[in-house]
Design a protein around this ligand. Structure first.
Ligand code: ZN
Length: 284
């Protein structure tokens, strides 16, 4: 599933190609994804100019000049391709929504498993959108401080891994970047969220920011489905230290001269990867 760095990477190329251009065609090729496509989608958006492209959590928001916003969520396997029209390629499989822009770009939402979502609402009613209403702090915003992180973690005894996955607390983080951040912060993923010391919270906060920024610079992580809007993969997966590396030696331990295999465990039916030596499960 794309996480914040992957969505941000897609957003940046959408911005570069689409901002300031209008839609010359809107094709909806099936009735629904996870939700039905909004009624009147084509009529409402046709010939309207895209004035801004934004991201909130893992949602892409396209603002149009007549006061409507199109929300796109990529779900598990969704991909967005932007093709300059003159490439004239045959359509891909599973192109459920295709937008043509006045500068001859073709934007295709491809989603074989259809866990993605497309919604349309009036921009001024954004705060009432159910998808956006209860979202937590953006980790790359000024509001994401060690104090803010501590304030949300102290309210729950759930594991730190699951607390970081909770989009009502912090948005945009998923399995990959949480495993990587907790490893780098040397915090065991099963520790209770409210058990972190001030120093650990501070370390975790700055490592979350650092890892997201590094991943964005690398164009995100490509494991299965995610690719850039031109079809190219991201590169951050080569910098994963623990994610997907069960049984391989922990790089931090190896650097100190001993070989400790990375372990995998299941938390809320998702795999967590960690080093049992670097990330000690402390006393209560
Ligand atoms: Zn280790």
């Amino acid at each position: 599933m794309p996480e914040l760095p992957e969505v941000e990477t897609i957003l940046q190329s959408m911005k570069a190609s689409l901002k300031g251009h209008s839609l010359s065609s809107v094709e909806v090729n099936r009735p629904d994804l996870r939700l039905p496509f909004p009624p009147g989608l084509s009529t409402i958006l046709l010939h309207q100019t895209i004035i801004q492209l934004r991201r909130r959590a893992k949602y892409i928001l396209m603002d149009f000049q007549h006061g409507w916003t199109l929300l796109i969520h990529l779900g598990m396997s969704g991909r967005l391709f932007i093709d300059p029209a003159r490439q004239n390629l045959p359509p891909r499989k599973h192109e459920h929504l295709v937008l043509w822009t006045s500068n001859d770009h073709r934007v295709a939402l491809v989603d074989p498993r259809r866990f993605g979502m497309v919604c349309l609402f009036q921009t001024e009613q954004e705060h009432q959108q159910p998808q956006l209403a209860h979202l937590g702090v953006e980790p790359l915003s000024d509001q994401f401080t060690a104090e803010a992180l501590a304030a949300t973690l102290v309210t729950t005894r759930m594991s730190i891994k699951n607390a970081l996955l909770d989009q009502r607390r912090i948005v945009g983080l998923g399995n990959i970047y949480i495993c990587e951040a907790l490893f780098r912060a040397r915090i065991h993923p099963a520790r209770a969220a409210d058990s972190l010391s001030k120093a650990e919270t501070k370390r975790l906060c700055s490592l979350i920011v650092e890892i997201l920024q590094t991943a964005i610079a690398a164009g995100g992580s490509t494991l299965r489905d995610y690719v850039h809007t031109d079809g190219q993969p991201g590169a951050f997966q080569t910098l994963h230290l623990v994610y997907g590396r069960e049984g391989q030696p922990c790089p931090a331990c190896l650097a100190k001269g001993y070989s400790i295999p990375i372990q995998r465990m299941t938390q809320s039916s998702r795999s967590t990867f960690f080093c049992p030596h670097c990330q000690k499960k402390l006393r209560k």
